[in-house]
Design a protein around this ligand. Structure first.
Ligand code: HEC
Ligand code: HEC
Length: 169
């Protein structure tokens, strides 16, 4: 029975199948690990003026979530900033712009011509949040997708790891 060709072929097929499955699972988890490294916890950078001025009305969004051209566009339109006036004196604005540009995302390339002004409109934000149910965004405790701290309990320290996500009930 040792050299039964039929059995051998069947076993071989099973081995190939199992190997194939293991390999594709390994591949997926690798990709996720990369994502986590890149997005969950970025370098913790700070600047006193950025924290005070850009953290006055909302959470001070970490520079790594937008490319430099987006930050430049935001900083040059602060007097008409999402319906608010967030205007600053030139020296403060220049210092904050330099800080944002230096730490901006270098891998986000939006296809559209105009730089995006919202993190929540970027492709990476949409894909990272594709599993969040519509009713969650409508929860009054969340208010806006831009309200990162509603779910990311450690957002203030720049930590967006999925382990620290707590969806408000
Ligand atoms: C006077 C209040 C105010 C100040 C000061 C302010 N912002 Fe905002 N910002 C807003 C409002 C209001 C929104 C819209 C929030 C929403 O849609 O939930 C917003 C939204 C944003 C968004 C888009 C969030 C998203 O992804 O949807 C970015 C980026 C942003 N602000 C950056 C900054 C930066 C950088 C500074 C500092 C130079 C700053 N803001 C200072 C009021 C302010
Ligand atoms: C309504 C709740 C909610 C809000 C608000 C929210 N997020 Fe998330 N976020 C999530 C959930 C849920 C995940 C997916 C966690 C998982 O993969 O299990 C996530 C994932 C992420 C990830 C990927 C984390 C990782 O480890 O790969 C990043 C980065 C992120 N969010 C950034 C933001 C930023 C920046 C904001 C604000 C502009 C924001 N989120 C607002 C719920 C939220």
């Amino acid at each position: 029975m040792l050299f039964n060709v039929k059995n051998f072929t069947r076993m071989f097929a099973v081995v190939v199948l199992v190997m194939g499955a293991t390999m594709s699972v390994a591949h997926i988890s690798d990709a996720r690990a990369d994502d986590d490294e890149d997005e969950g916890q970025g370098p913790t950078v700070s600047n006193a003026k950025w924290l005070a001025e850009c953290g006055a009305c909302h959470f001070a969004y970490p520079p790594r979530f937008l490319p430099a051209e987006s930050w430049r566009a935001i900083m040059s339109g602060l007097d008409k900033h999402f319906g608010s006036n967030a205007g600053l004196d030139a020296a403060t604005a220049n210092e904050i712009t330099a800080f944002l540009e230096k730490n901006a995302s270098t891998k986000m390339h939006e296809v559209s011509g105009k730089p995006l002004l919202r993190i929540t409109e970027t492709r990476s934000f949409k894909s990272e949040h594709s599993e969040v149910a519509a009713r969650v965004w409508k929860n009054p405790k969340v208010k806006s997708p831009a309200n990162c701290g509603a779910c990311h309990t450690k957002a203030e320290s720049g930590d967006f790891n999925e382990d620290d996500v707590k969806i408000p009930k």
